[in-house]
Ligand binder design. Structure first.
Ligand code: PAF
Length: 297
């Protein structure tokens, strides 16, 4: 594995590889580092599906609000190198903030419609920062496939839309959320939790399990399901709900308030939540689909 800090060098390394491997594909895993098993699974998938795998580690200041955790976001470049290499990364791109933003960027990628709710509402400007950095990274790496974890489902929807709207020549590959044994979604921010918060953080997973069960109850509506999720989160005394919503997937609109069992088969929804434990904000989600009744396929 080669570690590269400059954009020009990364571009040259990818171009050299493409010249030497005509028809070979390049996979890309963008990350903010502090790599865990969730990232490793994305890297392994890219390595299995492509001849060259590029991983970026860059804590992007543009996607953090003024009162958010940019400065204290966990960083461990040495461990990132070891995890990335063990998972099959070939080129590890670790640019500095100056390399990515040599001067304040006058250009922002704004993906509207999909960003007004959920994390877009709680973190104003966050998805402009994500869209801008991902657009830059995709232009730098020029991959055939880019791998994103579904824990950040809204991010996946936003990036897929940007890539489609702006004709980026890349296929976005959404990958299943990797979880701890008790169901908590893996996240670099889990390290912020103290022992009691960590114990109670399983409420996110339990709430989504409950949402999946309740979704099938006769007469259940999106609004009632969201309320049941909020009630479930209240069972964890340290948890403060930031949002618990049920939206259409993948366009993230508020669904009509009528029973799911009166909606057409194939309709898809996302049950999404963000919960704070002290200063730590955790997110998770579950996709829900109205199945075609048996025998009617
Ligand atoms: O999901 C993340 O880690 C970040 O939002 C991403 C996609 C690397 C952009 O900074």
């Amino acid at each position: 594995m080669r570690t590269i800090e400059s954009i020009a060098e990364l571009r040259a390394a990818v171009a050299d590889w493409r010249r030497a491997h005509p028809g070979g594909t390049v996979g890309f895993v963008p990350t903010m580092g502090y790599l865990h098993e969730g990232h490793a699974s994305l890297i392994r998938r890219s390595a299995a599906e492509n001849g060259l795998t590029v991983v970026s580690v860059f804590v992007n200041p543009l996607q953090f609000g003024p009162n958010e955790d940019f400065d204290r976001y966990p960083r461990d470049p040495g461990r990132d190198r070891r995890v990335a290499e063990a998972a099959g990364c070939d080129l590890l791109f670790m640019p500095s903030v100056d390399e990515m933003y040599p001067r304040p960027t006058a250009t922002r990628v704004v993906i509207s419609g999909l960003t007004e709710r959920l994390c877009g509402a709680s973190r104003p400007g966050h998805f402009d920062g994500v869209g801008t950095v991902v657009a830059k990274l995709l232009h730098i790496v020029m991959p055939d496939h880019a791998y994103f974890g579904m824990k950040d489902a809204q991010q996946v929807a936003v990036i897929e839309r940007m890539v489609e709207d702006l004709n980026f020549p890349v296929r976005i590959v959404p990958c299943e959320t990797v979880r701890e044994p008790d169901g908590l979604a893996m996240s670099s921010r889990n390290v912020y939790l103290n022992a009691e918060e960590r114990r109670q953080a399983v409420i996110l997973y339990e709430t989504l399990q409950l949402a999946e069960e309740k979704f099938l109850e006769p007469g259940m509506t999106p609004g009632k399901l969201a309320e049941a999720m909020r009630e479930s989160i209240r069972r964890a005394p340290l948890a403060v709900t930031d949002y618990a919503e049920v939206l259409t997937w993948p366009d993230l609109r508020l669904p009509e308030e009528r029973p799911f069992d009166a909606m057409p088969p194939g309709s898809r929804f996302i049950a999404a939540l963000a919960v704070r434990f002290g200063r730590t904000r955790l997110i998770d989600n579950r996709l829900l689909e109205i199945r075609t009744p048996a025998g009617k396929e």
